[in-house]
Design a protein around this ligand. Structure first.
Ligand code: HEC
Length: 180
């Protein structure tokens, strides 16, 4: 072989090797780029997922807060309702205990029977204070029906109780029975 030929072979070999290197390099580059873009895409995806999760959490928080608020309001108004009902019931109990209706109905009886129910009305009736409620109800209903006339004043007493209904008679009887 001539010297020239030897050189050519060496040069060709060098060229070949060089090309191989370059191909390797570009393959490495491409791989690196691919890894890079995959990483980037992955990190975008993670970001988007985080954002979506954050939004969902935020929305859930808001919904929960609203629900809590609504529940509080409902509880408050229920409390108010209970308080009002309790107040009404208490007032009703107090009125019943004091027998307001009975006291009011007895107002017109005072003139003859006395505020304490111990006056003998027109000098004719017995003391009515402290008689049992049942007895008083029976007597008042008797006067109302016109079937009682003990001292000739039955008609007068009929006029007194004629306009009273069962509830009023019951209340006034309870009131007189409790007079001491
Ligand atoms: C104008 C006077 C007068 C007034 C007002 C009056 N009474 Fe009489 N009351 C009498 C007289 C009189 C008798 C007796 C009647 C008879 O002859 O049976 C009587 C009888 C009674 C008796 C029966 C007592 C007994 O043990 O036999 C009762 C109860 C009674 N009155 C309750 C009342 C009540 C309740 C009122 C008010 C809603 C009232 N009276 C209003 C005069 C009055």
């Amino acid at each position: 072989m001539t010297r020239i030929t030897m050189l050519s072979i060496v040069a060709a070999a060098m060229l070949f090797t060089g090309c191989g290197e370059k191909a390797k390099d570009s393959a490495t580059d491409a791989a690196a780029k691919a890894v890079e873009s995959t990483k980037e895409a992955a990190s975008h995806a993670v970001d988007a997922t985080k954002e979506a999760a954050d939004k969902a959490v935020e929305a859930a928080k808001e919904t929960t807060a609203k629900a809590v608020e609504a529940t509080k309001e409902a509880v408050d108004s229920a409390k108010e309702g209970v308080a009002a009902a309790t107040a009404t019931a208490t007032a009703a109990v107090a009125a019943t205990a004091k027998n307001v209706a009975g006291a009011a109905a007895y107002e017109k009886c005072k003139g003859c029977h006395g505020a304490d129910g111990k006056t003998l009305a027109l000098g004719k009736s017995p003391v009515i204070a402290g008689q049992s409620k049942e007895e008083l109800v029976t007597k008042l209903n008797g006067y109302k029906a016109g079937t009682i006339n003990v001292a000739g004043m039955g008609t007068l007493m009929k006029g007194q109780v004629a306009s009273m209904d069962d509830a009023a008679i019951d209340a006034v009887a309870a009131y007189i029975s409790a007079l001491k």
